[in-house]
Design a protein around this ligand. Structure first.
Ligand code: ADP
Length: 256
């Protein structure tokens, strides 16, 4: 009877522990949902007034009677609102990609996306004497996914590569297909990422503390979004980098 009592006591304690853990998981989930809802609502609410701020600034800018002081104030407000708009847009994308389930996926030619984005970036980069080159698969590279999200991966990696590369540098984007995997690499000979920072660059809001990187404006959300999109598409992403000599980002996606 004593043994039975002890077993019963243990069973009861286990049940209580289980219940407590279950409640904790539930509370954490509710908190995560609330955070996500709050971020989405605030971002949406900020979007409308921001659009009118940007619109009115353009109107003011066109006024020929502006003093130099007013003009430089308007330019400062413009820079601030551009930055704010970028944060808001990225927060909205972060919210949209929070779900690990991807719906509405279809067969997309990843090679065409990469070629377009290399072309789009080559012009502006050339103004800083940076060569953006693509070395892609001969034909299409099919993956199953959402077109705009797949574009987001490439656009973000290439624009980061250009952003964190000093004038006169090189960015090489390659695409290969092997063993039912499509491999995208984006290599630059820019400022590089320290080993300590490499562990964190895919985290939300993480920005390197390296002075060369801090010199550039950013939100620290770009790579977090990229990683989420890659995850949603059943792929992997990794970075290899040496501070001062450049970085390579590798994305592997299952071929369709
Ligand atoms: P952001 O560029 O807005 O700061 P990201 O999430 O895109 O945010 O990148 C996070 C950090 O990773 C950047 O702040 C930068 O320090 C580093 N980083 C990303 N890409 C590169 C790159 N190609 N070369 C060097 N550093 C990079």
């Amino acid at each position: 009877a004593r043994d039975l009592g002890r077993d019963l006591g243990r069973a009861l304690a286990n049940a209580t522990n289980y219940e407590r853990e279950h409640r904790l998981v539930q509370e954490l989930q509710e908190l995560a949902d609330y955070k996500s809802h709050l971020v989405a609502t605030v971002s949406h609410e900020l979007r409308t007034p921001l659009t009118s701020i940007v619109g009115f600034l353009e109107l003011l800018e066109g006024d020929p009677g502006l003093s130099d002081r007013s003009r430089s104030a308007i330019e400062a407000i413009q820079r601030g609102s551009t930055r704010l708009s970028r944060v808001v847009e990225e927060l909205l994308v972060l919210h949209r990609t929070a779900d690990s389930e991807l719906d509405g996926a279809r067969k997309v030619d990843f090679a065409a996306i990469v070629a377009d984005i290399v072309d789009l970036n080559a012009g502006p980069a050339a103004r800083r004497d940076i060569a953006v080159t693509g070395r892609l698969t001969a034909g299409p590279a099919w993956v199953l996914g959402a077109q705009h999200e797949l574009e987001h991966i490439v656009a973000n990696l290439v624009s980061n590569a250009v952003k964190y590369t000093p004038d006169g540098g090189h960015v090489l984007v390659t695409l290969e297909e092997s063993d039912s995997t499509v491999l995208l690499t984006c290599t630059d000979d820019g400022i590089g990422i320290s080993a300590a920072d490499q562990d964190h660059v895919f985290e939300e809001f993480y920005r390197s503390t390296d002075p060369a990187a801090m010199h550039q404006a950013g939100t620290g959300l770009g790579l977090a979004i990229v990683r989420r999109i890659v995850d949603r598409h059943g792929g992997t992403i990794e970075v290899e980098s040496t501070l001062g000599s450049g970085s390579t980002f590798r994305v592997r996606l299952p071929a369709a």
